[in-house]
Design a protein. Structure first.
Lengths: 366, 306
């Protein structure tokens, strides 16, 4: 199993080096077209409310992407990604108030510092089994949920924490100078998110991806094959945390003001529901991260819009996520990205079947 | 401000031991299930929370006798856990422990969603009748309620009862065998599914009882009770998900640590409010303990390849 995974990776890498297959070209054009549609058509077509929702989708796609790479590629689970998002948001907000550095630089800083925190968190991964690691990250989420209400988020105050209680003294977190309006910030977010997907792709289809695949399938085999397990496990954590940190910075700019209740004890469940939607989306394809973000951010907004029931009981959505998670675990480990097209194909076959039989009977010899 | 006056800490010894007893109780429930079935039940807290809310409704909105309402909480815990185990245990049986634990997170999400729908959050309180009786312990100079005594005594008692059950009964021996090697156990003719179902039921009853006690000792709040499972998990993890007695001791220690931080408002200086972080202590303890216990490098070999 591991040998096959590694070899397949090498083969595709070699093939790509020789020539670019037409399939890849078509796919790149399709993705480029979709990106252009999202960047230029959507801000014209949709109202400001939906643009803000879609900005959140783009941000959470990056968070989901981090977990997707961590879980799907390296086989490591973190239940503390939303806590890391809070850390990234805090760092970004602190730098934005403290310095006049350009926004992209702050995003990069937030990413790097969050990556440092995440790497520290990933250290136990080197020695513990996946289950213990998941629990450590869950406990990290618990700690953050308790610390955040006390430290609060920077809002233009002084001191290390940069938080002021007075509502007069508090300021909104600044956005990049080229993207003040909601539409412009949406485009900005989508471009940064696309860059993050490219970053993930660059890792997954290269040496790191093959090393993770080997580790996921069998650690002893990977070790025997000369894969530096320690390095690559930690690196997966670093990469995922970097992405989450950048997403935290984007999140801070999107909401303008970060409040502790968004990340306090009751919201620990968000880290869990994130894992649920990432699994539902599918962890073996990067597109799964987009599906996950749509499920977590767009679906609640749509349900709120359509049904009074969900406006009154927003948390009822957790029931759907819980059922979805169990369904994915039991029947479809590959998630929606793979399962949905397959189901549709099967459904199509089921519908066509009677017609085909009839036409076949008509053509047949009497 | 680091109060050195011992008098200040006295009442928190009592609350800490009571809370620790319930952590120990939950920890034992988690460890037994994990050893017998390989499933780490992360829905433990949510199950207890929903049981407690059901019994709150029965007490306040129906004419059910109180004792039946309390019993309903425990029975609910047993039934839900049993049902989950029977339905989702077998299909996930030969998957990674991580996947099995993730499945129980699905149950957690379902229960939390249902609770937020059926019991919209507002201040509910659960006062067990045993909280009305308190004793003054003369030599220590503190007041202790009956519920607190039950919390501690129940935790210790269940630890030893479950330990004895595992050691001396046939079913218990079968569970221990399952914990060691499932395949060999099944070839020896042990009805694996039935033994597992028994473990699910027993663990669920403990979840219900723990939820009921915690709703009185800590407060009846769905989300809070759901995530209190992390404190019990901390105890179970310190015991490396193996020893019951170690789980109990760790549970008591975690409870004591958390409670004893209450009077320390600031330490070492005014910028660090210790008491506000007291509920983070179980997690910190568990993380440190795990790092310490995992000093040696272990290469994990997955048993089943997907």
């Amino acid at each position: 199993m591991p040998a096959r995974g590694v070899r397949r990776g090498v083969d595709s890498g070699a093939a790509r080096a020789r020539s670019v297959s037409p399939e890849t070209v078509v796919r790149a054009i399709l993705i480029g077209g979709a990106l252009a549609f999202v960047l230029f058509a959507l801000p014209v077509l949709l109202s400001t409310y939906w643009i803000k929702v879609l900005t959140a989708v783009a941000i959470f796609a990056v968070v989901a992407l981090g977990l997707n790479v961590l879980f799907g590629r390296a086989g490591l689970v973190s239940l503390g990604q939303i806590a890391l998002l809070a850390v990234g948001g805090w760092i970004a907000a602190r730098f934005l108030f403290l310095t006049s550095l350009p926004f992209p630089v702050v995003l990069l800083l937030a990413g790097l510092l969050t990556a440092a925190v995440g790497t520290l968190l990933g250290l136990p991964a080197l020695r513990l089994s996946g289950l213990h690691l998941a629990l450590i990250t869950l406990m990290f989420a618990g700690v953050v949920a308790i610390v955040v209400p006390t430290t609060n988020f920077p809002n233009g105050g002084s001191g290390v924490l940069g938080h002021t209680e007075s509502s007069l003294g508090s300021l909104a977190i600044r956005r990049p100078s080229i993207a003040h309006s909601d539409e412009a910030y949406f485009r900005y977010t989508v471009i940064v998110a696309a860059l993050m997907f490219l970053l993930a792709l660059a890792h997954v289809s290269a040496k790191a991806g093959r090393a993770w695949s080997a580790i996921r399938h069998s650690e002893p085999a990977a070790l025997a094959a000369g894969v530096n397990i320690t390095l690559y496990k930690l690196y997966a954590f670093t990469l995922a945390s970097f992405m989450t940190g950048v997403a935290g910075g984007l999140y801070a700019g999107n909401v303008g003001k970060l409040y502790s209740y968004q990340f306090s004890g009751a919201r620990t469940i968000d880290s869990v529901s994130l894992m649920a939607v990432v699994l539902m989306g599918g962890i073996f394809s990067l597109w799964g991260a987009v599906v996950a973000a749509v499920l977590q951010q767009l679906l609640p907004a749509l349900l709120n819009d359509w049904f009074a029931f969900f406006r009154e009981n927003p948390d009822f959505l957790f029931v759907i996520f819980g059922v979805g998670l169990l369904q994915v675990l039991v029947t479809a480990p590959e998630g929606l990205v793979t399962q949905f097209p397959r189901d549709m194909r099967n459904l199509g076959r089921l519908i066509i079947k009677p017609f085909r039989r009839r036409s076949g009977a008509a053509k047949g010899p009497p | 401000m680091f109060p050195t006056d011992f008098e200040l800490y006295k009442p928190f010894f009592v609350t800490g031991l009571a809370l620790g007893g319930v952590y120990a109780l939950s920890g034992v429930g988690i460890v037994v299930l994990y050893r017998a079935t390989g499933v780490l039940n992360l829905a433990f807290g949510a199950i207890g929370a929903m049981g407690a809310l059901i019994s709150w409704t029965l007490i306040n909105h129906t004419s059910f006798p109180d004792w039946a309402s309390y019993l309903a909480c425990i029975v609910f815990g047993g039934l839900v856990t049993f049902a989950y185990g029977v339905i989702f245990g077998p299909p996930l049986a030969d998957r990674d422990p991580l996947v099995k634990a993730a499945g129980t997170l699905g149950l957690t999400l379902i229960l939390l969603g249902l609770m937020s729908y059926l019991w919209p959050p507002f201040g509910r309180t659960m006062l067990l009748p045993t909280s009305n009786y308190s004793y003054h312990v003369g030599f220590a100079g503190v007041d202790v309620t009956q519920t607190q005594i039950i919390g501690l005594a129940f935790g210790v008692l269940v630890t030893f009862l479950v330990g004895a059950f595992l050691r001396f009964t046939k079913l218990g021996t079968a569970m221990r065998a399952l914990a060691d090697d499932r395949e060999i156990t099944s070839t020896l003719g042990v009805p694996v599914r039935r033994v597992e179902a028994a473990a699910w039921l027993g663990s669920g009853l403990i979840a219900g009882a723990a939820g009921l006690l915690l709703s009185d000792l800590v407060g009846l709040d769905a989300v809070n009770l759901t995530f209190l499972v992390i404190s019990s998990l901390a105890a179970a993890l310190i015991a490396r998900l193996r020893s019951l007695v170690a789980t109990m001791v760790a549970g008591l220690a975690v409870g004591l640590c958390t409670a004893l931080l209450t009077p320390i408002l600031f330490w070492p200086n005014a910028s660090f409010p210790v008491a506000k972080y007291q509920y983070a202590s179980p997690f910190v303890i568990a993380i440190v303990a795990l790092l310490f216990l995992a000093r040696r490098r272990v290469v994990t070999v997955a048993r089943t390849e997907g």
